[in-house]
Write a protein that binds this ligand. Structure first.
Ligand code: KG4
Ligand code: ZN
Length: 336
């Protein structure tokens, strides 16, 4: 049986990425050109700057991915590309590039949902993992509790009503002067703080046990800081980071464990940038052990945006017969 090689492209936000994936689970190369340093100056991602940078970098990133994998475009069986959700101008760069290569080389074009990519990151290092399982996707733009029924077959059980988990991390980090992106900085600083020092609210949504809300805890942190400043009290940034992180982590763990039991699933995975958070990983590991659930998580490099995860998702879509035409467009609010 012939090997299937997918060249994957990801450009939905501020990472220009390309990867070559063999038979769906083996990553031959995974090249990521991050724009973080550029957007740091503005405290967040500037869409127009992101699009322009993608155009500058994309050919070079693809070249590197092919070279590192020791293949040429002639060896590639299909092109996988993220076509949504994300920033429209950023997505368009990857989609146009993917179409151009697929057309020139006369190979199939497979559009991939970005969240499907994040979930699929779990297949890379856990060769034995197969659906069904529950997956918590926590990133800068998304907080979804997804039942993965089969490859390409998803049911969203819960989602955030307001801010995404990563967005809350980034906003709180900015409020305590840590800069962008805040998630990794809060993760680090929290190790010096006391997670029980301040009680921030944990939102549970009535009648929607799997939904999330993070704007309340974010506001509560801002109020706490304002209160301290008004009273002229110095606040402890590490305690705020640790206590905020605990409030977010507790809710994520509680809802996920509730869902995994309610749906009778035996396997649970996490995905997305926030899934690299050390406190969240440890708490989920404990909770899964207590509940007799197998726990899966990707290495940090496969948690944040990358093209390897898109290549894995594209492989299963390819096997299922998904083929996109030259009219494939970027869809900023694409549904899973
Ligand atoms: O998956 P990702 O790269 O992009 C999106 O699809 O949104 O996620 C980026 C998000 C940012 O909000 C960043 O602050 C957060 O993931 N993040 C973390 C950590 N590393 C990245 N949040 C908490 N702890 C971390 N260690
Ligand atoms: Zn992402």
């Amino acid at each position: 049986k012939k090997d299937i090689l997918i060249l994957a492209i990801e450009s939905s936000c501020d990472e220009t990425a390309a990867a070559v994936v063999k038979n769906g689970r083996e990553v031959l190369s995974n090249v990521i050109s991050s724009q973080i340093e550029l957007h740091k100056l503005y405290g967040g991602v500037v869409p127009e700057i992101a699009s322009r940078k993608h155009i500058e970098k994309i050919n070079q990133v693809i070249e590197e991915a092919l070279t590192e994998a020791e293949v040429t475009l002639d060896d590639i069986d299909a092109i996988g590309v993220t076509y949504g959700p994300g920033l429209v101008g950023a997505l368009l760069v990857g989609v146009a590039e993917a179409k151009a290569i697929a057309y020139a080389k006369k190979i199939p074009l497979v559009g991939v949902h970005h969240i499907e990519g994040h979930i699929s990151a779990n297949y890379i290092e856990n060769k034995e993992l197969e659906p069904p399982f529950l997956c918590l996707v926590v990133s800068g733009g998304h907080t979804h509790l997804v039942c993965v029924k089969d490859y390409g077959d998803y049911e969203i059980l819960g989602r955030t009503r307001d801010d995404a988990a990563g967005e809350a991390f980034d906003k709180v980090a900015r409020a305590i002067g840590l800069g962008y992106p805040g998630g990794p900085k809060i993760d680090k600083l929290s190790k010096e703080g006391n997670a029980d020092a301040i009680v921030f609210p944990k939102a549970h949504i009535e009648d929607s046990p799997y939904d999330f809300s993070f704007s309340g805890v974010k506001s509560s942190v801002l109020n706490y800081i304002n209160g301290c400043q008004m009273k002229g009290i110095e606040y402890n940034r590490a305690d705020i980071a640790a206590s905020f992180q605990k409030a977010v982590t507790d809710v994520l763990v509680e809802n996920a464990m509730h869902a995994v039991q309610e749906y009778g699933l035996k396997k649970f995975a996490i995905a997305g940038g926030v899934a690299s958070n050390s406190t969240l990983r440890a708490a989920m590991k404990n909770a899964c052990e207590e509940n007799g659930i197998e726990f899966y998580y990707p290495s940090p490099i496969f948690c944040t945006d990358n093209a390897a995860m898109i290549g894995v998702a594209a492989y299963y879509e390819y096997l299922a017969g998904t083929r996109h035409g030259w009219d494939l467009n970027a869809v900023p609010n694409l549904k899973l």
